[in-house]
Design a binder for this molecule. Structure first.
Ligand SMILES: Cc1cc2nc3c(=O)[nH]c(=O)nc-3n(C[C@H](O)[C@H](O)[C@H](O)COP(=O)(O)OP(=O)(O)OC[C@H]3O[C@@H](n4cnc5c(N)ncnc54)[C@H](O)[C@@H]3O)c2cc1C
Length: 407
């Protein structure tokens, strides 16, 4: 049995690992192995886009363990906050939240109750409700403007208003795993590249984009296969030469700058920033030790659309815009050792209202499968954990469909 896997991101690597003992598996990857989780190396390796995990990411934690990386998995309590104007406020502890001047005590209480309640709600029931209308019904204008909008803009940029309430509820629930000193998140010390490298070991990866055809059998780049598993973003399907009847899913794009700063900017890991080209500042070396890198590493993160104004600008223009907004925090070009811009055209589906109906089934046609960011385990927020789970589940479906047994 011959299986083609399109894409060597976490989903594709997982599918291939699950099926390699049962079939002859070939992966086609048009860009970097690791996809959105690929890294940039300069003596050390760091993800092109910031990444961390949560204690609830059981599939990912299990994979890390199976691949012998448990001793590298570290959990840290990090500080998070908001930037208002030039001022950065830590909102990591109950006391800091109480002192935050831009919300009333009533709003803070409402926020605490909402956080506790969100853990118990079935967020799928809120899929058809727009986040903005739900927030307007439940909270004051001030809370919306000073708390929720910066958070939504940091994650969805200009698409913030399209998002479903289900996304927000799930997000708040997952991020409410707080200790008194802040939020606890995890990382593979010295980088997720170690995970990608171990997953890619022993796999046959063809470095090429793919043309998919159905002429009796499935064929990818002229080679016949019994089954094809497509793990790339859905718009790539059309570019691969295939026209399937699938729901229209809108994607957002990511533009991230990675900078080396001569001095650290703050003590916080994550700062939501309002009214700037980037929506968040993520100080990686306030999470992982400075000694691992020998420099202060900071991401500036922004989300746009593939057609959006920011995504289509040149790296030099993006750099100029980002640095322009960084000036308000007292950082100018002389404070920066180097800067790199990373872009991902389809970095996440937009979890707009009604997204549940757009989830793709694993088997879409005889011998043709789709898994990845539009699969059920990635609803209502895509994640490393969701992609690993989708990869395992689609492999199980293929084994059932083809009655595969270990050879
Ligand atoms: C800015 C940012 C921050 C993130 N932070 C976190 C985080 O902190 N925690 C977390 O859990 N998740 C995070 N994620 C999400 C996480 O990275 C993804 O959910 C996960 O890596 C997706 O894996 P995937 O394999 O499903 O998709 P992808 O990584 O998109 O893999 C698809 C692969 O297909 C390839 N491909 C595309 N078209 C073709 C083609 N025609 N032919 C061949 N190959 C093709 C692509 O090059 C890519 O390698 C973040 C993502 C971004 C963008």
């Amino acid at each position: 049995m011959k299986i083609a896997v399109i894409g060597a991101g976490l989903t594709g690597l997982r599918v291939a690992n699950e099926l390699k003992e049962y079939a002859n598996v070939k992966i086609f990857e048009k860009n970097d192995v690791g996809g959105l989780l690929s890294s940039f190396c300069r003596g050390y390796c760091i993800e092109k886009f910031y990444h961390h995990l949560f204690k609830s990411d059981l599939e990912l934690i299990e994979t890390i363990k199976k691949l012998g990386l448990s001793s590298k998995l570290v959990w840290k309590t990090v500080k998070v906050g908001f930037a208002v104007g030039e001022e950065i406020y830590s909102l990591s502890t109950p006391l800091e939240i109480l002192k935050y001047p831009y919300l009333s005590l009533i709003d803070k209480l409402k926020l605490a109750i909402f956080t506790l309640k969100s853990r118990r709600l079935n967020y799928e029931e809120f899929d058809e409700i727009s986040v903005i209308s739900a927030l307007k019904d439940n909270f004051s204008e001030k809370l919306l403007e000073n708390f929720f909008m910066p958070m939504l803009k940091a994650k969805f940029g200009e698409n913030a208003e399209r998002v479903s309430y289900a996304w927000l509820l799930a997000r708040v629930a997952i991020r409410s795993n707080r200790k008194l000193k802040g939020e606890e998140i995890g990382y593979i010390r010295h980088g997720f590249k170690q995970l990608i490298d171990r997953m890619a070991e022993d796999l046959e990866i063809v470095h090429s984009a793919c043309r998919i055809k159905r002429e009796g059998k499935w064929s990818v780049n002229g080679i016949d296969f019994d089954a094809v598993v497509f793990t790339a973003p859905l718009p790539e399907l059309r570019d691969s030469g295939l026209n399937l009847c699938l729901p229209e899913v809108s994607y957002q794009s990511s533009v991230c700058a990675l900078l080396s700063l001569k001095e650290k900017l703050s003590e916080l890991y994550w700062i939501n920033v309002d009214r700037a080209v980037f929506g968040a500042i993520i100080e990686h070396t306030n999470f992982m030790p400075f000694e691992d890198y020998g420099e202060n590493l900071v991401y500036l993160a922004s989300y746009s659309t593939p057609e959006g104004w920011l995504f289509n600008k040149s790296d030099a223009e993006i750099q100029k815009l980002f640095l322009g907004d960084l000036k308000r925090f007292g950082v100018d070009e002389r404070d920066i050792s180097w800067i790199k811009i990373f872009k991902a055209k389809h970095s996440s589906p937009i979890y707009e209202k009604g997204f549940l109906k757009k989830i793709t089934p694993y088997r879409v046609s005889d011998g043709f499968y789709i898994a990845g960011m539009t699969s059920r385990p990635n609803y209502p927020e895509r994640s490393m954990n969701g992609s690993l789970k989708a990869g395992r589940e689609v492999a199980e479906q293929i084994k059932r469909d083809f009655g595969l047994e270990k050879s």
